[in-house]
Write a protein that binds this ligand. Structure first.
Ligand code: NAD
Length: 291
């Protein structure tokens, strides 16, 4: 059985897969593949699936399945799995890295010193302690972020359309969350409901000068509306790991907007997480193809 490793995984993975079949990272072999392993780069569209007549299983190393045409895979009797729980800690730590870096002015401090400037007077910090963190989405990653925020002495509130009980945060309605949050952290999947959710209307209801962190999906924000809010100072800063596309086009308004702090979609890319993802892939293959 041919197993196509289509995106970047831990280097130990091919050896671990030999027990179940013949791993390859040669994309020309898609037509022969029975199993395809993807992260977010490979787009499993209808055309992609049609190019893989032997395909029986797609495993997405990670959470979001928005790069896979699930409907068409189902029609073709292709099973689709993800490794949902593996990435929560890695992404929560990424959200927290932005949450710490922005109010502590780490990036400006570093960059101004590299430029030979001593910006001690201009770089005023703020503390997380006593501030309110508003989470949109309190699933696996949101809960891990909540736990870390409480350890920093933050009040944690959350809005989740599909959760009516959690011990990890005070659940509130969206409008209340926007009124109260000093920091807003986005943890929903990309769906028809969440696409463009953070737009001018939502931003208008936020506290002046709040900070938004996005380790969910880039398309959950309306880039033009957010760039305008950053220009006006309504939103003080935007820390993001996720983009409308990977990488963002040069025309993305966020690349030019002030106070945007960026990482290139590396939330799930910790060494430990890639190993955990490999563990889950092997568990799935063991269950379906193990002896
Ligand atoms: P999860 O399914 O455990 O949690 C998502 C939560 O969002 C759920 O509780 C759900 O009820 C809530 N939700 C869905 N629609 C909503 C809506 N319209 N309004 C409010 N809440 C809504 O998923 P998770 O493991 O916590 O992952 C969350 C997202 O993080 C993924 O879908 C993915 O897009 C993103 N992610 C990013 C990276 C990265 O590299 N930055 C890595 C992994 C996951």
């Amino acid at each position: 059985m041919k197993i196509l490793i289509s995106d970047a995984f831990d280097p130990s993975l091919p050896d671990r897969l030999r027990k179940y079949g013949e791993p390859t990272d040669d994309k020309q072999q898609l037509a022969e593949a029975e199993v395809v392993l993807v992260r977010s780069k490979t787009k499993c569209t209808r055309e992609y699936i049609d190019s893989a007549p032997k395909l029986k299983m797609i495993i997405r190393g990670g959470v979001g399945l928005d790069n896979i045409d699930l409907e068409y895979a189902k029609q073709k009797n292709i099973q689709v799995f993800n490794t949902a729980a593996a990435s929560s800690i890695a992404v929560a730590e990424m959200a927290f890295a932005h949450l710490i870096a922005i109010p502590n002015r780490l990036i400006e401090g570093h960059c101004t010193m590299k430029e030979g400037r001593w910006a001690k007077k201009e770089l005023k910090r703020t503390e997380l302690y006593g501030k309110t963190l508003g989470l949109i989405g309190i699933g696996r990653i949101g809960r891990e972020v909540a736990q870390r925020a409480r350890a920093f002495g933050m009040q944690v509130i959350a809005y989740d359309k599909y959760v009516d009980h959690t011990e990890h945060a005070e659940l509130v309605m969206l409008d209340q969350l926007l009124e109260r949050a000093d920091f807003l952290s986005l943890h929903t999947p990309l769906t028809d409901e969440t696409r463009g959710m953070v737009n001018a209307d939502l931003i208008a209801k936020m506290k002046d000068g709040a900070i938004i962190i996005n380790t969910g999906r880039g398309k959950v924000v309306d880039e033009a509306d957010l760039a305008a809010a950053l220009e006006s100072g309504k939103v003080r800063a935007y820390g993001t790991d996720v983009w409308e596309s990977d990488p963002p086009p040069e025309s993305s308004p966020l690349l030019k907007a002030p106070n945007v702090f960026m990482t290139p979609h590396i939330g799930a890319s910790s060494k430990e997480n890639l190993l955990r993802i490999g563990d889950v892939i092997c568990e799935i293959l063991e269950e379906h193809y193990g002896s």
